[in-house]
Design a protein around this ligand. Structure first.
Ligand SMILES: Nc1ncnc2c1ncn2[C@@H]1O[C@H](COP(=O)(O)OP(=O)(O)OP(=O)(O)O)[C@@H](O)[C@H]1O
Length: 241
C-alpha cells in the first residue's frame, strides 16, 4: 500500500469559457521514505499538485488515497484534522509568525496536543538542537537570517511528528550556500528519519538533491524518473544553485 495514491486526478478552476485545466489525469504514487521533486515551468500545475497532495485542496475529478483510505467526501474539518496529523509544510518565505519567538513558532503544531509543558519543551528543544538553532530560541524571526528562519520552519514541520513534509520552493529565498545547506539538511532528514519529502522547484540543481524527479507540463506528468546522481558530484564543480 502506498502512502499517497492519486488516481486519475484532475483539477479545474473557473467555469465554461474561463475554465482552466490546472491538472489533468494525474496518476501518481508516493511511497514511505520517498524524496521527490516536482518540476515544471510556471503555470504547469506544480502548486496545484502540491496543494492536493497536502490536502489543502481537493481534486475536481479523481481520487486521493492516503494510506489506502479514500478521502472522497471527507468534510473540511476532518480533512484539516488529517492534514495536521500527517502532513507538514515548509514555504519559500518561511511563513513564521513575526510576533512570536523561535520557541513559540515551533510550538504552534503542539498547541492542541495534550502534552505537559515539560513534554512540549523537550520536543521543541530536540528539534531546535537537531537544527543547530537552540541558542536562538528567544529571538524573533526578524532577528534571524533567511537560513536560520528556514531552519525554524523545518523545526516546526518536524515537531509535530508528521510523516510527510511538503516544501514549496524551500530554497527560493536563500542564497546559494544557505540553499545547499538546507537541501543537505532535508536529505539527512529523509535518510535518517525516513520522512517522506516532496519539494516543488523550478530549479534543476535543487531537484538533483532528491531521489525521484517528477516533471509536469500543462497539468500532466511528463516524466517520473529515479535520480541516480549523487548531489555531491553534481555540486563539485559548480557554485551555482
Ligand atoms: N485559484 C485559481 N484560480 C484560477 N486559476 C488558477 C488558480 N490557481 C492556479 N490557477 C491556474 O492553474 C494553472 C496551474 O497553476 P499553478 O499555480 O499550479 O502552477 P505552478 O506550476 O505552480 O506555477 P508557478 O511556478 O508560476 O507558481 C495556471 O494556469 C494557473 O493560472
Amino acid at each position: 500500500m502506498s502512502l499517497i495514491e492519486l488516481n486519475n486526478v484532475s483539477k479545474f478552476y473557473g467555469r465554461d469559457e474561463s475554465r482552466t485545466v490546472a491538472l489533468e489525469s494525474i496518476q501518481m504514487k508516493v511511497e514511505v521514505g520517498d524524496f521527490i521533486s516536482i518540476m515544471g515551468p510556471s503555470g504547469s500545475g506544480k502548486s496545484t499538485l502540491l496543494n492536493i497532495l497536502g490536502c489543502m485542496d481537493v481534486p475536481s475529478v479523481g481520487e486521493y488515497l492516503l494510506k489506502g483510505r479514500s478521502l472522497k467526501g471527507v468534510d473540511h474539518k476532518e480533512l484539516s484534522h488529517i492534514r495536521n496529523k500527517v502532513i507538514s509544510f515548509v514555504f519559500q518565505h518561511f511563513a513564521l509568525l513575526k510576533n512570536y519567538s523561535v520557541y513559540e513558532n515551533v510550538e504552534l503544531p503542539l498547541l492542541n496536543r495534550k502534552l505537559s509543558t515539560k513534554e512540549k519543551r523537550e520536543k521543541i528543544f530536540t528539534q531546535l538542537e537537531k537544527l543547530g538553532i537552540n541558542k536562538l530560541y528567544k529571538k524573533h524571526p526578524t532577528q534571524l537570517s533567511g537560513g536560520q528562519q528556514q531552519r525554524v520552519a523545518i523545526a516546526r514541520a518536524l515537531v509535530s511528528d508528521a510523516e510527510i513534509i511538503l516544501a514549496d520552493e524551500p530554497t527560493g529565498a536563500l542564497d546559494q550556500k544557505t540553499g545547499r545547506e538546507l537541501l543537505e539538511l532535508l536529505s539527512s532528514i529523509n535518510e535518517n528519519e525516513r520522512k517522506t519529502i516532496i519539494v516543488v522547484t523550478h530549479d534543476d540543481k535543487v531537484a538533483q538533491y532528491t531521489r525521484r524527479i517528477i516533471s509536469i507540463n500543462d497539468g500532466r506528468i511528463a516524466a517520473d524518473v529515479a535520480n541516480t546522481e549523487n548531489p555531491q558530484d553534481v555540486f563539485k564543480n559548480t557554485s551555482n544553485l
